[in-house]
Write a protein that binds this ligand. Structure first.
Ligand SMILES: Cc1cc2nc3c(=O)[nH]c(=O)nc-3n(C[C@H](O)[C@H](O)[C@H](O)COP(=O)(O)OP(=O)(O)OC[C@H]3O[C@@H](n4cnc5c(N)ncnc54)[C@H](O)[C@@H]3O)c2cc1C
Length: 479
């Protein structure tokens, strides 16, 4: 049996940041992930907004964490060498009822000390963002809102945790947890582990993981959401994140200019749906909202659609819980259950929170050699022509472009594989090969051949993958 001070269950954003922050102390850490890679669950399919913090109830941990997390985001992304765009957001309304909602959010934000908030008239809003439909009555401008690639951030945190000594155990599903003399015994499909403390970050399965040993205060009631992505060449894209507050009681809508240059539109909301398959009705809702708010967009520029699943936490009477659920049902046992928006924004804060609690419980000392910095994969497309030429002289594989849509070279794909990508999807999530207009139809074969060679398997055996329904295995609804 392998012994650790702390085991983190689940390699999504929350688990990766919990592991990274636990490494700040002298502790032996393992991260157990059921799937073949990290950040393939909720963390790969969401709206990608780094929220300013005006949206949450003042005084709650969620609101406080969000404001603090937002202020730290530039520094965090510098440490992890991940692109972050602080593009600002405009939440827009088209009538009195929604105007009042925006005013309330503004007041919330003021009381929370959110910097850079302004209420704009419709005219001011359209001046700032000419792509908006006419008739805007009010806009709440938040200068500190931004966007990040969620899985890139999570993978970076995981790489940094591993560089600081955390052990990553992929394809390792937790099946049972028992009490042990000095902590917990964690039984998995890859053998047993023991630990003094445990962090449960199992995403959609977090209620069930806690339920293996303790009662759970909430159950996850999932629902699904649909999104569209427009090509970076699409015309009339907004420069800011646009959030639409509807006048009726319907669902709002976001348009997010991503760090890759594409435009993310969505989400829809579908009750009690639990799989990652898109739904025609959901997508037509997203198209309708896009047409209402950003009428100059040409939806023919759509390059892909995807679905996400929300882990809504509910009490046993079915009532929903609006805040983060952080539970500590036994000594050294911490659960993050049903962490929805702004879980991406707050992933590092939540990781710090649980790691501080555990360090205090275990009496762990600071780790004097913890290094918070990680170097990302060198991207040829970010270089000037002369820098690029110099790089090709150093490494000829930087001269071979495999993904023409996203300008990804063979050298970058090889580096993604060296860092742990073992499927087409794993490469895509590390260097973006296949994410562009042709969605991999030109580069997929070349990526598969490189994977086959590196993994020493036939090309036909190379996995493509995508968000897996097995994430929901044994759990909710359909699956
Ligand atoms: C539709 C949607 C939009 C969102 N938009 C935003 C946004 O714009 N901004 C923002 O700040 N936040 C946003 N969020 C929230 C954010 O995406 C999540 O809070 C965050 O990704 C949660 O990550 P996680 O680590 O909890 O879950 P996951 O990423 O799902 O990770 C959990 C992991 O646990 C693993 N696992 C499960 N069971 C076991 C087991 N038994 N053994 C081992 N491993 C197991 C799974 O395989 C999975 O990899 C959004 C969320 C949703 C759903």
């Amino acid at each position: 049996m392998k012994d650790y001070d702390v085991i983190v269950i689940g390699g999504g954003l929350l688990g990766c940041f919990a592991a990274r922050n636990l490494c700040r102390r002298k502790m032996h850490i393992a991260l157990l992930e059921a799937r073949e890679d990290v950040c393939t669950g909720i963390s790969r399919a969401n709206t990608a907004i780094v929220y300013p913090g005006y949206d949450h109830k003042p005084g709650t941990l969620k609101a406080e964490m969000c404001v603090r997390a937002n202020a730290r985001f530039d520094a965090l992304c510098r440490e992890l060498d991940v692109p972050f765009s602080r593009c600002g957001s405009l939440m827009v309304s088209y009538g009195e009822k929604a105007d009042a909602v925006l005013k309330k959010k503004y007041e919330n934000g003021q009381s929370m000390g959110v910097p850079g908030l302004r209420l704009l008239s419709g005219e001011e809003a359209r001046k700032k963002e000419p792509a908006l439909a006419e008739g805007v009555s009010t806009a709440l401008y938040a200068a500190t809102a931004g966007t990040v690639n969620p899985w890139e951030l999570g993978i970076a945190a995981c790489e940094n945790a591993a560089a600081n000594g955390a052990e990553l155990c992929l394809n390792t599903r937790v099946l049972n947890i028992r009490r042990a003399a000095e902590g917990y015994r964690v039984e998995t499909d890859r053998g047993d582990f023991s630990c003094r403390a445990l962090v449960n970050c199992a995403g959609l399965g977090a209620d069930r993981v806690q339920g293996l040993l303790f009662p759970t205060p909430v159950h996850i009631s999932p629902d699904a959401a649909d999104y569209l992505i427009l090509d970076r060449a699409a015309k009339n894209k907004p420069a800011h994140i646009i959030q639409y507050e509807p006048e009726d009681d319907g669902k709002g809508f976001n348009a997010v200019p991503t760090v890759e240059g594409s435009l993310l539109l969505g989400p829809s909301k579908r009750k009690n749906e639990t799989d990652y398959a898109v739904n025609a009705e959901g997508l037509s809702f997203v198209r309708k909202r896009a047409g209402q708010v950003l009428p100059g967009l040409d939806l023919q520029d759509t390059i892909r659609s995807f679905a996400a699943v929300r882990p809504n936490p509910q009490r046993s009477d079915g009532s929903s819980i609006g805040s983060f659920v952080i539970d500590n049902p036994g000594p050294g046992f911490w659960s993050l259950i049903g962490i929805k928006t702004p879980g991406l924004t707050c992933a590092d804060e939540l990781g710090r929170f649980v790691s501080d609690k555990i360090a205090a419980e275990l009496g762990a000392e600071e780790n004097p050699v913890f290094n918070p910095c990680r170097t990302g994969i060198r991207r040829a497309r970010d270089l000037s022509l002369s820098e690029r030429v110099a790089l090709v002289r150093e490494n000829a594989a930087y001269g071979e472009i495999l993904c023409h849509c996203e300008d990804v070279t063979k050298a970058e794909v090889l580096e993604a594989i060296r860092r742990g990508a073992d499927s087409v999807d794993g490469v895509k999530r590390r260097v973006g090969a296949g994410m562009g207009r042709c969605q991999g139809s030109r580069c997929e074969r070349a990526v598969m051949e490189l994977l086959a060679e590196a993994l020493d398997i036939p090309v036909a055996a190379v996995r493509k993958n995508g968000p897996g329904s097995e994430i929901l295995e044994g759990g909710h609804g359909k699956n």
